[in-house]
Design a protein. Sequence first.
Length: 201
Amino acid sequence: MSDNRFNLVGAIFGMRGTGKTEYLKGNESLNLPGLMKPTIEQGKKVLILDTFDHPSYFDVPIIKPQDLQYWKKGIYRCFVRPDDMAALNTHINSLKSMWNTLIVYEDAYKHQSEKLDKPIKELIIDSKQKNIDMVFMYHSFSMAPKDLYRMLDFIELFKTKDHPSARKDDMPGYYEQALQVYEEVKNNPSRFYHKLINTEL
């Protein structure tokens, strides 16, 4: 997302401790500018969705689902139980206040694993009309639902325990690139090394 384009749907894959959260929030010591700051500088808002009060985001203020309709600017986080995420997505898709927003799904496997549910698909489909960017965070290739791969504009790959072959049949046109990036990331000595897979090829 560094090219300042809008309406992108992406995924961040990486094991715990490889820098996914730092990539999102930014970390000067790791030379990671983050996604949040540039997004805010572009005039957009940031909403982090999770299923619990994640300690990595204690410095980010909380907003309740019922207050999203009044949200005008800034970075907030909102968390609900996994079973309630579909209803939250339906609610988000109905709000005019979500215009011009980056939505981040932290640890998305907890609510989007085997298959994308209807509310999230509708939100992805409507993202361009609503000027929304969406990012899904997973620990590995196999934890992301198969149908998500055909809707992605990019994958930011960190070190993972599994291999892209886990989703080979779901990467139309970019599997070979995913293999090359995977090997580069895997063999880099830095635990925090990451690289972009352009899924739009």
